[in-house]
Write a protein that binds this ligand. Structure first.
Ligand SMILES: Cc1ncc(COP(=O)(O)O)c(C=O)c1O
Length: 390
């Protein structure tokens, strides 16, 4: 019997919304020209691009000139860290111990330019330890990058507090909000950061496009030269249809105020209820344990688990993911970008999870394409897969 696959891997990527596909299809036909061209076709493309830019700027409460379109979060992160460091004397860059590999790579590139890198330790739930704040933000720290929400274990970080403390000390603060924005959009200035990264494919937009949002007055140097697009900060002919698709997807997100509501509302009205119900049923299985923060303090669509066999032996997360996929449940063992390797999870290691369990992490992340009936099937499928290890 073939089983329909239930997609519970929203943190890896999401299916584009029908409205996004429709908008992009239409623009590929009506605004396919180079937006820098001065003829009618070029002007139509430029107009579509600027319309999308204005819509996105409005969504974040910023000026259109504060948005830099990139190819996605990996590029935004590199532009944020390397581009802001270019105008600073080398010092210390602080990143959390649970950043995405893109942030780690960008920070360590700065080492070659005379910077030192410090990793901000996290507690057992994957949240940065605020008792380290004064020490880590002391001289010679000049740059901080702290994820807004951790993708592997769903931990929300005390970003507003860290941003305020950084700014008070004249430190440039960037946040990778790739996993936060899909669960709710907010006025940019409420976070108090200098630079913010996001990626459209995580919130039902197209893959291959993202944004870096910049606070007024934050100095940034481009990583590449060329035609001078994006205010000279990201040369290259703009992908009008992708940008318009990203704007369309942003419009579909709920809004929230991160100051009064540190936990975002979730990509759909029912997602938190669905997640709580699914988690409750999964935790009835004695082989599964919640890993990371409690439901009240984590991303509202996110479940992270540690899995044991009946005899208590930790189960290999990657093999579990394969067997769950064969049983029709698509999920992930930790960060999708690192699931090609079978090493210990760096995030679970940083959280102090004991060695044998660092490979037994599982991540389930929900989206609005899942119905209650879909999710009702998941615990039984889990149960059979867990049985298959005995
Ligand atoms: C937190 C975080 N940052 C950065 C990225 C990289 O995003 P992109 O695929 O848009 O380059 C991801 C993707 O998994 C992510 O989850």
């Amino acid at each position: 019997m073939t089983r329909p696959e239930l997609y519970l891997d929203a943190a890896a990527t999401t299916p584009p919304l029908p409205a996004v596909i429709a908008a992009m299809q239409q623009l590929q036909q009506s605004a396919w020209a180079n937006p820098s061209s001065l003829h009618g076709a070029g002007l139509a493309a430029a107009e579509a691009l600027e319309r999308a830019r204005w819509r996105m700027a409005e969504r974040f409460g910023v000026g259109a000139d504060q948005l830099i379109v990139t190819s996605g979060a990996t590029e935004s992160v590199h532009l944020a860290l390397l581009g802001s460091a270019a105008g600073l004397a080398p010092g210390r860059v602080v990143i959390s111990a649970v950043e995405h590999p893109a942030v780690i790579a960008a920070a360590y590139q700065l080492e070659a330019q005379g910077w030192s890198v410090a990793e901000w330790p996290v507690n057992g739930q994957g949240v940065v330890r605020l008792d380290q704040l004064d020490q880590l933000l002391s001289s010679p720290t000049r740059l901080v990058s702290l994820t807004a929400a951790q993708g592997e274990v769903g931990a929300l970080q005390p970003l507003i507090q860290v941003a305020q403390a950084s700014r008070e000390r004249g430190i440039v603060i960037h946040s990778d909000a790739t996993q936060l924005v899909p669960q709710g959009c907010f006025p940019f200035e409420r976070l108090g950061v200098d630079l913010l990264t996001l990626s459209a494919h995580k919130f039902r937009g197209p893959r291959g496009v993202g944004l870096l949002i910049r606070a007024p007055g934050v100095a940034l140097s481009p990583l590449q030269g060329g035609g001078g697009q994006e205010h000279g900060l990201r040369s290259g002919t703009e992908p009008v249809a992708l940008v318009s698709g990203m704007a369309e997807a942003l419009m579909a997100l709920p809004s929230f105020d991160p100051v009064s509501h540190p936990v975002p509302p979730g990509s759909s009205a029912q997602i938190r209820r669905q997640r709580d119900h699914l988690l409750e049923r999964l935790l009835e299985l004695p082989q599964l344990r919640l890993c990371g923060p409690p439901v009240t303090d984590r991303l509202p669509h996110h479940i992270s688990l540690l899995a044991n066999a009946a005899d208590g032996r930790p189960l290999p997360g990657r093999e579990l993911v394969r067997r769950l996929a064969a049983a029709g449940v698509a999920c992930s063992s930790g960060s999708a970008c690192s699931s090609g390797s079978s090493s210990d999870s760096d995030v679970l290691t940083a959280m102090g999870i004991p060695r044998p369990e660092r490979q037994s992490g599982l991540r389930l992340t929900l989206g609005s394409w899942l119905s209650d009936q879909d999710l009702d099937i998941v615990p039984d499928r889990f149960s059979s897969v867990l049985e298959s290890f005995s």
